[in-house]
Write a new protein. Structure first.
Length: 131
């Protein structure tokens, strides 16, 4: 669990073993001006860190949603999503995920996050909101 940020390690405590990080989604912007990081661990734990304390949480993803998210991440090609636009209310995303002990990272915004990348991000957002 060495790749778990210190703040989350304190939140998780010593008793919960996460099995390491599977994916991290950082999102910023939008109408609400959010600045959040969603971390999905290999055991299904979901941790949300936010600039809005009421949105912070720690919970387990529902098993079916977790399996779906794992499958989408495993199949996600590490290709850039394309050029971004300068939309004032767009959310910006940075997705970092691990497949077969190798890390991948993609960044985009609401103007160019489509297809497989959109489905993977939406799946992570869904497991985050199930808490």
């Amino acid at each position: 669990d060495a790749d778990v940020p210190l703040r989350l390690r304190k939140l998780l405590g010593e008793k919960l073993r996460t099995g390491g990080v599977l994916a991290m989604l950082a999102l910023q912007g939008g109408i609400l001006g959010l600045d959040e990081r969603i971390t999905l661990f290999a055991n299904g734990t979901v941790a949300i860190e936010s600039n809005r304390p009421e949105r912070e949480s720690l919970h387990f993803a529902p098993p079916r949603a977790f399996a779906t998210t794992q499958g989408l991440l495993a199949a996600l090609p590490a290709l850039p999503p394309g050029p971004t636009s300068e939309g004032a209310d767009f959310r910006r995303y940075q997705l970092t995920w691990r497949v077969a002990e190798r890390w991948h990272m993609l960044a985009g915004d609401d103007s160019n996050v489509r297809g497989e990348l959109r489905r993977a991000i939406d799946a992570l957002l869904a497991v985050a909101s199930d808490g």
